[in-house]
Design a protein around this ligand. Structure first.
Ligand SMILES: Cc1ncc(COP(=O)(O)O)c(C=O)c1O
Length: 427
């Protein structure tokens, strides 16, 4: 379907016009098909959900609803089922005592922590953040749009920090945390959203050893993709809690994870891992908010996932579905866009996204054209604080949700739109 073209620079003005006309005709034909394709959000596809649907039947007998002597059908254990803490501690490499097991969304735990910082303050806060003249927040970018959404909704001043191949620019972060108004940072340390970057050991060690001026600086360590390899074997990753404790920062870090992309998004379980002192403080506030989370679902997850080793086996089944989808996107980009030099992209080994950087000024227009052609993508700018990508360049592709054939069509249309957007500037 896609017409492969020479690098635009090699074309004469009339050559460019002729090519534009051919591609535009192709585009018009695609529009007439009235397609409805979606590469916007990182949702598992149906095949993945089917693979893990035995979780629906792991708990059917009332006699099975007891764990560690607790009847999970009843109130109790605000901090979660002990067996669920053991399981997450195994996965994250921390201690069960560090784990608070929440409801179906880690994002809610993150939001709630920030909300508590504003209303009551964190354990080491001199005062609630709502009483601070200004709260500033570090936002490695491109990053996860919903993180920036949380910061934005509280009126924080968001400071973008560039991402490199080993994670955020640590020289800049070490400098910025000298400002006492800087209260925290968003991190997705393994297979970052959207680039799929894995922070290097040195980056992780520098985060753990930060010396922020704010005594209540929050290292928001969103380990959403901790076991989410797409290509290759499980990649071991350092435990940030023990590194922070060793560096004299035991209360600085809040680590989050969930089973959203292990079992069912929106119907899984989540974890907040932090120091025992932070746990005691936070639970003294949380106890007014909820009596206990859904322990029936916690037990279902413990029975289904069992431990880290078995969770990694489950993730291999997901990878079996995801790898061909990631490959399809990467191969199409390489074939259609690579020779033209219109964009660069990462080749992630895990996570849920492929991040494309077009030549400056092409992202918004490319996505407009995609929309007209029936392909929904994450909005341009979404991966930057305030939704403003200064170079209008970054585009997040989520290959997981469409079936492989639909995905193939969608990424080919994306490439067509990118070429058109580039040619529009040339003629
Ligand atoms: C980095 C990151 N954190 C958190 C989430 C949401 O996780 P949950 O479903 O546990 O709220 C996502 C979902 O895309 C994500 O990419």
């Amino acid at each position: 379907m896609i017409v492969t073209v020479e690098p635009f620079a090699n074309l004469t003005a009339s050559g460019k016009e002729a090519l534009y006309k051919t591609l535009r005709e192709e585009f018009d034909r695609v529009c007439e098909l009235k397609l409805k394709l979606n590469m916007a959000r990182g949702k598992p596809g149906k095949e993945q959900l089917d693979l893990v649907s035995d979780i629906l039947t792991v708990l059917t007998d009332p006699a099975d609803c007891v764990s560690d002597g607790l009847d999970v059908r009843n109130y109790g254990e605000l901090s979660g089922l002990p067996a669920a803490k053991v399981m997450f501690a195994d996965i994250l490499g921390c201690k069960p005592e560090n784990c608070f097991i929440g409801g179906s969304a880690s994002l809610q735990l993150m939001y709630d922590l920030i909300a508590k910082a504003y209303t009551h303050g964190l354990k080491n806060s001199p005062r609630p953040w709502s009483q601070e003249p200004k709260v500033k927040w570090l936002c490695p970018a491109p990053g996860y749009d919903r993180h920036f959404g949380v910061s934005g909704s509280f009126g924080m001043e968001m400071i973008p920090v560039p991402m490199g191949p080993e994670g955020p620019d640590m020289d800049l972060i070490e400098e910025l945390v000298k400002d006492p108004a800087v209260k925290g940072v968003w991190c997705v340390p393994k297979y970052s959203n959207p680039q799929g970057i894995v922070y290097s050991e040195q980056t992780v060690a520098r985060f753990a050893a930060l010396k922020p001026a704010a005594p209540d600086f929050a290292l928001m360590w969103d380990n959403a993709y901790c076991v989410h390899e797409v290509f290759g074997d499980y990649l071991p990753f350092p435990d940030i809690l023990s590194l922070c404790a060793e560096a004299g920062n035991p209360d600085m870090v809040y680590e989050f994870a969930s089973t959203s992309k292990i079992t069912f998004p929106g119907a899984g379980i989540s974890v907040l891992a932090t120091s025992e002192a932070n746990q005691a403080y936070l639970q003294s506030l949380l106890k007014f908010q909820i009596i206990s989370y859904d322990k029936v679902n916690q037990l279902r997850h413990v029975r289904f996932l069992r431990n880290k080793a078995h969770t990694i086996e489950v993730m291999k089944m997901h990878a079996g579905v995801l790898a061909p989808k990631f490959s399809c996107v990467l191969e199409t980009l390489k074939r259609e866009i690579g020779p033209l030099g219109l964009a660069t992209w990462e080749e992630p080994k895990g996570g849920y996204f492929i991040s494309v950087n077009t030549l400056p000024g092409l992202a918004r227009r490319t996505l407009e054209l995609c929309k007209q052609a029936g392909v929904t993508m994450t909005g341009a700018g979404a991966t930057y604080p305030y939704g403003k990508d200064p170079a209008d360049s970054n585009i997040r592709i989520a290959p997981s949700y469409p079936a492989l054939e639909e995905l193939r069509q969608a990424i080919e249309i994306f490439c067509l739109c990118l070429k058109l957007a580039a040619l529009e500037k040339e003629i």
